[in-house]
Design a binder for this molecule. Structure first.
Ligand code: NAD
Length: 241
């Protein structure tokens, strides 16, 4: 289904680390793209300032940008002690994005969830997205990401909107303001003499450019084979063919 040429993309959270890479990837292939964020950091695409928990602000940006595809990467950073903020932005904010998208006739919504939504501190090895959410979430951030993901997937096919959620694990690469900064702080505080476990712990990391690329693939494929929950083996086939 060759509909991409007609699409207009809005990247919510497009001033952020991942969001910016998605904007650059869209620009590199010649797509029309704008950004919605509470902070403006770049000035090369149309920018709409606003808070996703204010549905009117999202709706106004969707209307002005004529967006047909939303890529929603906005979230407060992980690891802060503010459950109310996580709920307001990730749960209520994402529901506001869904409501605004449906009212404004947006066709596609790609949501950046997190691998943390299925993590409760115990090892997770060789699973796919069929693994259920844990009974007790790891923390307020991951709980709010899980609730947002649920809302996004439940909206699939409602009022003409197709939705999908991606679950990256740790993201690294140029523009990161969290991971490397945190590691540098640990070094500067000389907090180097700690070891958790037997020194064989594993954690998944993905290069930011690959995570951005996955969002573009998800947006492109949504409406063909991907929508809401799906068969991971079919997705792998689709992406490699
Ligand atoms: P980031 O902090 O660099 O970017 C998030 C952007 O969202 C920022 O520009 C921020 O201003 C914006 N934002 C925050 N609250 C907002 C609000 N109320 N309204 C509008 N905009 C708002 O974070 P990132 O590392 O680029 O993460 C992007 C997404 O990926 C997030 O949803 C995060 O949960 C998810 N994620 C990140 C990682 C990682 O390792 N960085 C891993 C898994 C999932």
């Amino acid at each position: 289904m060759a509909t991409r040429g007609r699409d207009s993309y809005i990247v919510i959270g497009g001033s952020g680390f991942l969001g910016r890479h998605i904007v650059e990837a869209l620009l590199a292939r010649g797509d029309v793209v704008s950004v919605f964020d509470i902070v403006q950091r770049y000035h090369d695409v149309p920018f709409y300032v606003g808070d996703i928990s204010e549905e009117d602000q999202v709706a106004s940006a969707l209307e002005k940008s004529s967006a047909t595809v939303i890529i929603h990467t906005a979230s407060p950073v992980a690891g802060i002690q503010d459950p109310a903020l996580y709920w307001k932005v990730n749960v209520d904010g994402t529901k506001a994005v869904i409501a605004a998208a449906q009212k404004k006739g947006v066709r596609k919504l790609v949501y950046t969830s997190s691998a943390g939504v299925v993590f409760n501190g115990a090892d997770i090895i060789d699973v796919d997205e069929r693994i259920p959410f844990p009974e007790k979430a790891m923390d307020a951030y991951n709980e709010s990401k899980a609730k947002a993901e649920e809302a996004v997937l439940a909206a699939n096919g409602q009022n003409g909107l197709l939705t999908v959620a991606l679950r990256p694990a740790g993201i690294f690469g140029p523009g990161d303001r969290q991971v490397m900064a945190g590691l540098c702080q640990v070094y500067e505080r000389n907090q180097l003499h700690f070891q958790i476990g037997d020194n064989n712990n594993l954690f998944d990391w993905t290069y930011v450019g690959n995570v951005a690329h996955a969002h573009l693939l998800a947006a492109d494929k949504l409406g063909e084979t991907l929508a809401g929950t799906f068969d991971i083996n079919k997705v792998k086939e689709d992406i490699t063919t």
